[in-house]
Design a protein around this ligand. Structure first.
Ligand code: FES
Ligand SMILES: [Fe+2]
Length: 327
């Protein structure tokens, strides 16, 4: 993971008010809970007493999680607030604390801050310039047995289109890959495909290409991607790392093609399945890539068309070096 980043890890709807759920993300066993008054908490899913999973316990009315074994309670800061066996008036030593994580819930997504809680300031990442309340969306999840870096790189790869997607979005045998031009604006990589049917013409360099304003891919660190297909149609994916070997892709199909939200909802519902077909074409190939986790210098023999992937690797490595994470 890259340290000190807000990662989008799961949809908000998996934890309704008054409920909690244990899930593995970012290489950690996490317990996410939401009190009835909509206060969110994220703590390590492991009781400090004798190692029971807190997720099989209960969320109590005081907003604390109670371990099912001997009843120790923990609040959202990870502080142990009571040890019943010692008596309700006995002070609780700080050593019973469990690890806690900063959590935010926005845009229907649960974000967890991987790193120092004190540094969990600023906005959570999202494509606010492109997605607003006028759109409707429908979401679907798919688990890939690979490191999240491979899944992200695939979504920045314009070279694979006529091969992996020869009968869907890559129809037309446009195997010649011009550029692609790739630009970076703050924490966002922008690129767009400029592929053509090969009739022997010369491949253009990235600097001879343009970003297509109406059809482009954007990636925002650490794990968000958007395909801007048209003004009224976008595909958005967040790549929730489970651990170094597994990632869950949450795919949203956004659009506003008619003025009627009810109709748009129906279209979005079916639209996400069309996108899932394309995503499964990717998955079949990408999960075979070895090693699963990518690095800037890993001995792969890259080509000009891999430019967006090189940019992704470079920036990720810089962020890791600056944060001392492990990628
Ligand atoms: S193991 Fe959790 S209270 Fe004992
Ligand atoms: Fe693809």
């Amino acid at each position: 993971m890259i340290e000190n980043q807000w990662y989008a890890i799961a949809p908000e709807k998996i934890v309704p008010p008054g409920k909690m759920t244990g899930l593995k993300r970012l290489g950690k066993e996490l317990l996410i809970f939401q009190t009835t008054d909509k206060q969110w908490g994220c703590i390590e899913d492991l009781c400090s007493h004798r190692g029971v999973r807190l997720s099989v316990g209960k969320l109590k009315d005081d907003g604390c999680v109670e371990c099912p074994f001997h009843g120790l309670r923990f609040d959202a800061s990870g502080t142990c607030t009571r040890i019943p066996a010692n008596g309700i008036n006995a002070p609780v030593d700080d050593r019973y604390r469990v690890r806690s994580y900063a959590i935010r819930v926005q845009y229907g997504i649960i974000y967890v801050f991987y790193g120092d809680k004190e540094k969990a300031v600023g906005e959570v990442p999202f494509f606010t310039d492109f997605l607003d309340e006028s759109f409707v969306y429908s979401e679907i999840a798919d688990t890939w047995e690979t490191h999240y870096s491979r899944a992200i790189e695939n979504q920045l790869d314009v070279v694979h289109l006529p091969f992996v997607h020869h009968n869907t979005i890559g129809r037309g045998n446009k195997t010649l890959v011009h550029g692609p031009k790739t630009v970076v604006i703050e924490d966002t990589i922008i690129t767009s495909a400029d592929n053509e049917v090969d009739q022997g013409q010369k491949q253009r360099k990235p600097q001879e290409c343009e970003i297509n304003p109406d059809l482009q891919l954007r990636f925002k660190y650490p794990n968000l991607w958007i395909n801007i297909i048209a003004k009224k149609v976008k595909v958005f994916v967040y790549f929730a790392p489970v651990d170094d070997e597994q990632v869950i892709l949450y795919l949203r199909f956004y659009h506003k093609v008619t003025p009627f939200k009810m109709i748009n909802r129906l279209i979005a519902y079916f639209g996400k399945y069309a996108n899932l077909v394309i995503e499964r074409q990717d998955k079949r190939v990408v999960v075979t890539q070895r090693p699963k986790r990518t690095q800037l210098r890993m001995g792969e023999k890259l080509i000009q068309g891999d430019q967006p992937i090189v940019v992704y690797r470079k920036l990720r490595e810089e962020l890791i070096a600056a944060s001392k994470g492990n990628g």
